[in-house]
Design a protein around this ligand. Structure first.
Ligand code: SAH
Ligand code: SF4
Ligand code: F3S
Length: 481
């Protein structure tokens, strides 16, 4: 028998795109957990899978924290779970396809444990057409919630379990800043800290401003408090997160700048401080100067280019030209010598010409990126670019993609080669996934290193002599002192 569906709120893309002038609400809320839910969770397990960017990873950690506070225990096999959470990403079609595959395979869990609860959340559920599709095609999904109401998980679970209903609760709104939620960080050396939620840039291809709401900064005191706690707990690395970190503070009364925040966090004494992502639009020299002044701010910057053609950049709504981007890179390298620069590039934006694409290659050859994420444009329902009639074939897009990857690989390899023979500090993550006798970690410039060394040093920063370079990682051996 199909369960009754209760709809508390449905997503609406028009509402999601509204940017009201109302001030952002800061909420400090204690979780409301019913006694019957606590009793129910006792001895029960949960499984969570998170797709997408670091913002989603951090949301996943918050969800873990909430479920643990209710009383559930985390397991790493969904078939052993009583509650399964799929925290989704909507950035490209292939991200969504993976989720449909996973929901399909969870049918087996429902056969094994008919009373298990399957919940879907994250960016995919913020889209009306996806919620309709899930409702109609996947009866095994019991709860659909969004990015704005993670703090309601206890109520949603209570309702789904004790009333035996399906529940949809997805808000499309600018969103609040919700403080004091629990967060379960498995890694004891590296932590993400949100400094800002949402995005107001509305690049014409991108779904994020619709799924994550208005750009809203956390208060500096709250960020510093969280970072201080992490330093006291012995964390070695903090990455400050936001879709456009350099626009931090513009929405706050205090009009604090990102450069000031960065300095204040650096002064807390965390050994490694990183931030991502930076939009080329809101950069200031003060930010670069902070990077040059504080040695614990890592010399690595992720600076998405997207395209090297001014026409495509204009149609993407990126608000900079290729020349402005290159000038920014020059200034950055002047103020922070040796800085590693990485990027994101989209190939095949609607009606991108061969000339447009060549201009992207020109910028790639000019900048000499340390590494890059490359994507084939994927139309997102509700975004302006998805309405453009595209004359470029998929075959052409794939050819361009391959050429771009080859062009980038030349620089990636030569940056890597420059490390051979050097001794560099590496924060040790753990044993390599492929070979259990090899350690892996990252340099200050975010280069992956696989090396022989002492496993007791996992979670610490050690010196590694680089012996070999490949396009994907460096090889080395730990050295003393
Ligand atoms: N806020 C960050 C990145 C967000 S999404 C920024 O602006 O840089 C990460 C990357 O996904 C983007 O930089 C872009 O390169 C890519 N992306 C976003 N929407 C896409 C789409 N519709 N198709 C293909 N790639 C996309
Ligand atoms: Fe998307 Fe652009 Fe916002 Fe980045 S800045 S999240 S690409 S809209
Ligand atoms: Fe994906 Fe949402 Fe992040 S669409 S990339 S999980 S903000």
């Amino acid at each position: 028998m199909r369960k009754k569906t209760v709809i508390n709120a449905k997503p609406d893309l028009k509402n999601a795109a509204l940017r009201k002038r109302e001030p952002i609400e800061f909420i400090r809320e204690k979780l409301v957990i019913s006694t019957r839910l606590r009793n129910e969770a006792n001895g029960k397990n949960f499984f969570i899978r998170t797709y997408g960017c670091q913002a989603n990873v951090l949301d996943g950690q918050t969800i873990e924290g909430i479920l643990m506070e209710i009383g559930y225990t985390q397991v790493d096999d969904p078939m052993n779970a009583d509650v399964v959470i799929i925290n989704t990403c909507a950035i490209r079609e292939n991200a969504e396809d993976k989720v449909y595959g996973e929901i399909g395979s969870l049918k087996a869990l429902k056969s094994k444990k008919p009373h298990s609860i399957i919940a879907l959340c994250g960016c995919m559920t913020q889209q009306p057409h996806i919620v309709s599709k899930i409702r109609e095609t996947y009866p095994q999904v019991d709860i659909i919630f969004g990015t704005h109401n993670i703090n309601h998980i206890p109520q949603l679970l209570d309702e789904a379990i004790f009333n035996q209903t399906r529940i949809i609760e997805v808000y499309s709104k600018q969103g609040e800043v919700i403080e004091d939620l629990p967060c379960h960080r498995q890694d004891k050396a590296k932590a993400f800290v949100n400094i800002q939620y949402g995005c107001d840039k509305f690049c014409t291809y991108c779904i994020v401003p619709y799924t994550r709401g208005k750009q809203r900064s956390r208060k500096k005191e709250d960020i510093l408090l969280e970072c201080k706690k992490l330093v006291d707990e012995g964390y070695q690395e903090i990455t400050l997160l936001g879709q456009n970190v350099n626009a931090y503070g513009k929405d706050l009364d205090s009009k604090l700048s990102f450069a000031e925040l960065l300095e204040d966090v650096a002064k807390l004494g965390i050994p490694r401080l990183r931030f991502t992502t930076s939009h080329p639009w809101d950069f200031t020299d003060e930010m670069f100067k902070a990077m040059a002044t504080y040695k614990n701010i890592m010399p690595a910057i992720h600076l998405p280019l997207q395209s090297g053609s001014d026409d495509v950049l204009r149609r993407m709504g990126r608000r900079y030209t290729a020349k402005e981007y290159c000038d920014l890179v020059d200034r950055l390298r002047e103020i922070v010598p040796g800085v590693a620069i990485t990027t994101d590039i989209i190939v095949g934006f609607p009606n991108e010409t061969d000339e447009d694409f060549e201009k992207t290659l020109d910028v790639v050859r000019y900048v000499h990126y340390d590494s890059a994420f490359t994507f084939i444009y994927s139309p997102r329902v509700g975004t302006p670019a998805a309405k453009i009639k595209d004359e470029i074939s998929m075959e052409t897009k794939h050819k361009r993609f391959d050429k771009l990857v080859k062009t980038l690989a030349v620089d990636v390899k030569s940056h890597a080669d420059a490390y051979v023979g050097k001794v560099v500090p590496v924060l040790v993550d753990g044993l390599s996934k492929k070979d259990g006798t090899i350690l892996s970690g990252y340099t200050d410039t975010l280069k992956l290193v696989n090396f022989t060394g002492n496993p007791d040093n996992i979670g610490k920063i050690v010196n590694v002599k680089i012996t070999e370079a490949t396009t994907y990682y460096l090889k080395g051996e730990e050295v003393n002192g």
